[in-house]
Design a protein around this ligand. Structure first.
Ligand code: MRU
Length: 342
């Protein structure tokens, strides 16, 4: 396997390493990942997270297992185990489908390695295309807002929504960014804030419930978010809290964009109601845990509702920024996703 390097994933001398995102921003620890069980745990604990990154990480692990002598039958079983690691992000399923085709080849070791490397390289290229399409929408001096983490940590490349924002920043547009902290797991506060520091993007961290006030004051000009799955009618799933932002943006007439590669589009889902939504552990809401220890502030047995994602209906979206271009509600209603990806 080639040496590959991204913010949260790397291969070196044929071995796979994952940056433990639960320890960021205060510790940077790379984990050596060698087994399917280990990869599933990394994905389920969100040590490896972000829709494109989990698909690519799972694919690299399968390629690694092939180089370690696993049979085609074993690799097929492994792919099915990895597929079930997290249910909402369709990139994982799409990438594993590509890997399963490679596993069928006579020379399946070379084919799986080539396939995983190609998925990595493709994501880098797709991120760059999205960044260019999205940054063209940003006007000088705008105040932008984003939710969760959609940057280099969540992809093999520059990211989706944060890639757009970073390119607008690099283009000298003098943007400022509001970063939603993103309860319950704080991907905004821990990861996006960290990436903004590294990239020099001027940002301010806010609690999720402060976005309404900023919009009412006219302090948000444009919103960019990522996605874990886009249905055929343009409805999309993303980190819980995205839907409420979209409702607020609609009320305050703030343009609201979803940014995702075509590997996030799932035409098998006619609309957002059939996108599977992961339910997570109650303790994530009863308190916080991570590198900073565990603190429970709610009663230990407090009943909890903890969906990891929510669905934003297409009628609240101003534009879909894909690697192939920017699409309006009219384009989506006219079936552009089916025409491009069907
Ligand atoms: O639960 P997470 O942290 O994996 O959720 C991530 C998101 O919701 C991102 O917005 C999405 O995966 C797109 S990332 C490029």
């Amino acid at each position: 396997m080639k040496n590959l390097s991204a913010l949260s994933l790397k291969t070196h001398q044929g071995e796979l390493y994952v940056l433990d995102q639960t320890l960021l921003p205060h510790q940077q620890q790379w984990l050596h990942c060698t087994t399917v069980t280990q990869m599933v745990t990394l994905i389920q604990r969100l040590q490896l997270r972000g829709a494109p990154a989990i698909g690519i990480g799972a694919s690299l692990l399968l390629a690694y297992r092939a180089t370690q002598g696993d049979s085609q039958a074993q690799l097929q079983k492994d792919a099915e185990i990895l597929r079930a690691a997290r249910p909402t992000a369709v990139n994982l399923m799409n990438n594993l489908d590509s890997m399963l085709e490679a596993i069928q080849h006579t020379d399946f070791v070379s084919a799986t390695v080539a396939c995983a490397e190609a998925l990595f390289a493709e994501d880098v290229a797709l991120c760059q295309l999205m960044a260019e399409h999205g940054a063209a929408l940003v006007q000088p001096n705008e105040q932008l807002l984003t939710h969760c983490n959609t940057g280099g940590l969540a992809t093999a490349g520059v990211g989706t929504a944060l890639g757009v924002i970073n390119l607008a920043h690099q283009q000298g547009k003098n943007i400022r960014l509001w970063v939603d902290e993103t309860r319950p797991l704080l991907q905004g506060g821990r990861l996006t804030a960290w990436e903004c520091q590294q990239l020099g993007i001027p940002y301010q961290l806010i609690c999720d419930n402060m976005a309404a006030m900023l919009m009412a004051r006219g302090q948000v000009d444009r919103i960019f978010v990522g996605s874990d799955r886009i249905a055929a009618n343009g409805d999309f799933a993303n980190k819980v809290g995205t839907y409420s932002l979209a409702v607020l943006a609609h009320y305050h007439q703030v343009p609201f964009y979803v940014v995702a590669p075509h590997t996030t589009v799932d035409l098998a889902c006619a609309d957002g109601s059939v996108i599977p939504i992961e339910q997570r552990n109650a303790d994530e809401v009863r308190g916080v845990s991570g590198a900073f220890g565990q603190t429970l502030w709610a009663p230990e047995e407090a009943p909890v509702f903890n969906p990891a994602f929510d669905v934003t209906p297409a009628n609240l979206v101003t534009g879909w920024v894909l690697d192939t271009g920017v699409y309006s509600q009219q384009d989506i209603a006219a079936g552009v996703l089916q025409q491009l990806f069907g």
